[in-house]
Write a protein that binds this ligand. Structure first.
Ligand code: SF4
Ligand code: SF4
Length: 239
């Protein structure tokens, strides 16, 4: 958690709107950081928003503290945890990895974005729902979530459940026939959590950019936006 030096803080409030998750308040002329809300994203200190230099990073004492910080600060290296960012590598490099096959649907469920943040126990709730619906999650070698969650059950490591992160991605894939079940599970679970999520769907298309399963989205009232198109210029490791 960010620490405020009470000797230096003037209570000016400059830092308040910079906090990505609304964790700072000014009370009785002093900035107060909510320890249960601060993600250790370091936006406030990285941008040196405090004119009095009263803000500084608190200690990251446990693996879970480091995990929270690394997942919330995009400028951080992954050396401490060995986790590769928030977990989008597979979707972006399918040309080379061939991770998503022709008869599979990939999901990247971006928890806490945009701009809200996420309590890890809410990640557990969503992970359990989609696993039950047939989504096979990426393992710890490919997704940071696998470091703190049993990918076969969705059970979360108790040590991380109450931590608040800026965002984390639940990433996995399922046979195309299960895509409808996963979307249904997401619709059902969205009212049971106290945050937002966006869903990235990864589908392989024919040469005309078509996949018949795109029409499944219409059943859920979802108009797809093609955010990223992987055009197939890489050299596949997997045919
Ligand atoms: S910007 Fe600095 S001095 Fe002003 S309220 Fe925040 S911590 Fe205190
Ligand atoms: S580190 Fe991030 S979450 Fe914590 S007080 Fe600063 S901006 Fe807010």
């Amino acid at each position: 958690m960010i620490l405020i030096d009470p000797e230096k803080c003037t209570g000016c409030g400059t830092c308040v709107p910079y906090c990505t998750v609304g964790a700072i308040e000014v009370e009785d002329g002093l900035a107060i950081v909510d320890p249960h809300r601060c993600t250790d994203c370091y936006v406030c200190i990285r941008n040196q928003v405090c004119p009095s230099k009263a803000m500084g990073p608190g200690p990251l004492e446990t693996f879970y503290d480091v995990f929270r910080h690394v997942l919330s600060d995009p400028t951080e290296t992954t050396a401490d945890t060995g986790v590769p960012g928030r977990g989008t590598e597979e979707a972006k490099t399918n040309d080379v990895t061939g991770r998503f096959g022709k008869n599979e649907a990939g999901f990247a469920i971006d928890m806490g974005r945009p701009g809200v943040g996420v309590r890890m126990k809410d990640v557990e709730t969503v992970a359990k729902a989609v696993i039950k619906a047939g989504l096979k999650l990426e393992d710890a070698a490919h997704s940071p979530l696998g470091k703190v969650l049993d990918i076969t059950t969705g059970e979360m490591d108790p040590g991380i459940k109450d931590h608040y992160l800026l965002s984390i991605i639940i990433e996995g894939k399922c046979p195309l026939e299960k895509m409808r079940d996963v979307l249904k599970a997401l619709r059902e679970v969205e009212d049971k959590i106290d945050t937002v999520f966006s869903v990235g769907l990864i589908l392989r298309t024919d040469e005309n950019g078509y996949n018949p399963y795109l029409s499944v989205l219409e059943e859920f009232g979802i108009k797809p936006i093609r955010g990223k198109v992987n055009v197939g210029l890489g050299r596949p490791l997997v045919p």
